[in-house]
Design a protein around this ligand. Structure first.
Ligand code: NSS
Length: 430
């Protein structure tokens, strides 16, 4: 008999029929001649009733003996049973233990630090299983969207000699006697690639030496970045709202069960549809001021400001036209000479910034003067400046932090739970 997924059994198609499943013991209890063993696989959990006289003597003994996380193969008849944890029970006629687990170190109410130390085991939990499934849908949906928009997926380098986002969060290392860095963003290389392919995207790890512990920073995260030739700043914003709506709809329709397990309502996600509200930086300052938070023109927004700006919203908020002093060297200057064509997208309810994007500066002299002002080594940016010397065109692009996005979609407290093996300050294990 072929093995089938537990989820398939839970759909009710096999009621009254014989099936075979395989997985790991999730919970177990036995009394007298009966063992109730709840088994999980990647798709779900089901209770197996192992009766003394219904299975081989050794199988029954093993079923009463096997500890949580033992690997098993079970066959039996499917019965609908409202008392069982997931509404169905498998009445076993065979219960084979493939591996007897040692005592599993994880039980209830353990500290966050301990659970991070045993992360290689904790990723088996129902919660992390659900988040990882949602993340998989998310990545797939972004790829699908780019594909629909005729973007090419490209493979930019991770080892670089030029920084996109300034020096303060660079991981530096010795590259055969020369200084090199782990990439903070693929942007500069994507900008080079548009002159060949016009519309490109990349999904790569990005690295930021974030020296403090926060609920929204990782030192290694998966960066979804797009860049398009001839794209104006307004068109970039339209692209972004369409993309976010598309991905939210996909997750809502694909992962209702997982969202529910995490206490998130798929119906709320379905309501996330373009167009989204937009404020200029100056208007955002006004909104903050009305809420009693007075900032000077040129101050950046922190966690508190992000919350004040988005606490009353159900959809993301675009903030555009930032003062040039607080944004990166590559952002296109507006005609006013004060602001840049940059956009930050804040997730609602204080989940914070999920996207940074902009139209790119095309004036080689402005770029040179800004790089000099930042104290950058111009030699390392010669190649980038060449892009403004050979067929320069208007273009725009963005970066979205996959884990920030998933944290918001799943409504999670901490970003670390959006990734199986989080990398934060003081942790590169397991
Ligand atoms: O610094 S960004 O705002 N912008 C860039 O890196 C651009 N060069 C992207 C581009 O235009 N191609 O980072 C982009 C996004 C930001 O909005 C967050 O969602 C995410 O990357 N991000 C992070 N996620 C997790 N952890 C950390 N430390 C982090 N830093 C940025």
């Amino acid at each position: 008999m072929k093995t089938i997924e537990i989820a398939e059994v839970l759909e009710g198609k096999h009621e009254g029929k014989k099936v075979k499943i395989r997985g790991w013991i999730y919970r177990t209890r036995s009394s007298g001649g009966l063992a109730f063993v709840v088994v999980r696989d990647s798709s779900g959990i089901i209770q197996c009733a192992v009766k003394k006289n219904a299975v081989h003597e050794k199988h029954f003994e093993d079923a009463t003996k096997a500890l949580i996380e033992s690997a098993v193969i079970v066959s039996g008849t499917v019965k609908k049973d409202d008392r069982a944890p997931t509404g169905f029970e498998l009445q076993a006629d065979s219960f084979e233990v493939i591996h007897f687990s040692e005592v599993f170190p994880i039980s209830k109410d353990q500290s966050t630090e301990f659970l991070l130390d045993v992360r290689h085991l904790w990723i088996r939990s129902q919660e992390l299983n659900a988040v990882m499934k949602i993340k998989a849908t998310t990545l797939k949906a972004f790829r699908e969207f780019f594909d629909k928009k005729k973007y090419y997926e490209v493979t930019p380098p991770i080892i670089t000699s030029s920084a996109a986002e300034g020096g303060s969060t660079l991981f530096e290392f010795n590259y055969f006697g020369k200084k090199a860095y782990l990439s903070q963003s693929a942007q500069l290389h994507l900008e080079a690639l548009i002159f060949s392919l016009e519309k490109v995207y990349a999904i790569t790890p990005s690295f930021r030496a974030e020296k403090s512990r926060t609920i929204k920073h990782l030192t290694e995260y998966w960066h979804i970045e797009g860049e398009e030739a001839h794209l104006s700043f307004t068109e970039l914003q339209e692209f972004l709202e369409e993309m976010i709506s598309f991905v939210c709809q996909k997750v809502a329709s694909t992962n209702e069960k997982e969202l529910k397990l995490l206490g998130r309502d798929a119906g709320e996600l379905k309501k996330i549809k373009a167009p989204f509200p937009k404020l200029t930086y100056a208007e955002a300052l006004e909104k903050l001021s009305k809420k009693g938070r007075k900032l000077k023109y040129g101050d950046d927004f922190g966690v508190e400001e992000e919350l004040l700006l988005t606490e009353d919203l159900d959809v993301p908020l675009f903030i555009t036209n930032w003062p040039k002093e607080i944004k990166a060297f590559y952002m296109k200057e507006s005609k006013d000479g004060k602001t840049v064509h940059g956009v930050d997208i804040l997730a609602p309810k204080g989940f914070g910034e999920i996207v940074g994007g902009s139209e790119r500066e095309t004036d080689v002299n402005i770029l040179i003067s800004k790089l000099k002002h930042e104290g950058a080594d111009l030699k390392e940016y010669e190649w980038y400046l060449d892009l403004r010397r050979f067929g320069s065109v208007q273009h725009s692009g963005f970066g979205l932090g996959t884990e920030r996005f998933v944290r918001w979609i799943c409504g999670l407290e901490h970003i670390r739970d959006t990734t199986p093996f989080p990398r934060v300050i003081n942790r590169a294990y397991p």
